[in-house]
Write a new protein. Structure first.
Length: 138
């Protein structure tokens, strides 16, 4: 996430065989066996855009039972990392078709967003409307 509140997303490659090809989604990926989730986040961001945040704050996670599709249970964890404006020109896209920043209105108007990422992003955007007395801003 940019310092100004825009969301920085990856346009996934349009190749068959990957989950949600040709969709916009969050950067990230799999946690290796024995790897800490925060370390996996830094490794994945370094692999995908040549940048690792100094800090990332846990936001939420989901478990999806995709047994109906033969995929078992899938886990998704979401962290918020602030992307300094000075870093953006130095980013190198190594995975995916594109990378871009979106306001919430632009993001939610996109025709193809990875569904679970869209939900996590909506939760982040609407966090003060969900339970304002119980949620602290990230």
């Amino acid at each position: 996430m940019h310092e100004d509140g825009r969301y920085f997303l990856q346009h996934r490659d349009p190749k068959p065989g990957i989950w949600y090809p040709d969709h916009w989604g969050c950067f990230g990926g799999a946690v290796e066996p024995g790897e800490d989730v925060a370390d996996a986040l830094k490794r994945e961001l370094t692999e995908e855009i040549s940048w690792a945040p100094d800090a990332a704050t846990f936001f939420t996670n989901f478990d999806f039972d995709l047994g109906f599709a033969g995929a078992g249970v899938c886990y998704r964890a979401y962290y918020v990392a602030l992307l300094p404006a000075a870093v953006v020109p130095r980013l190198v896209l190594r995975e995916g078709a594109d990378m871009r920043s979106f306001t919430a209105d632009e993001l939610f108007a996109l025709p193809r967003v990875v569904p679970y990422d869209a939900f996590a992003l909506w939760l982040h955007f609407a966090r003060d409307r969900i339970a304002p007395s119980r949620l602290a801003p990230p």
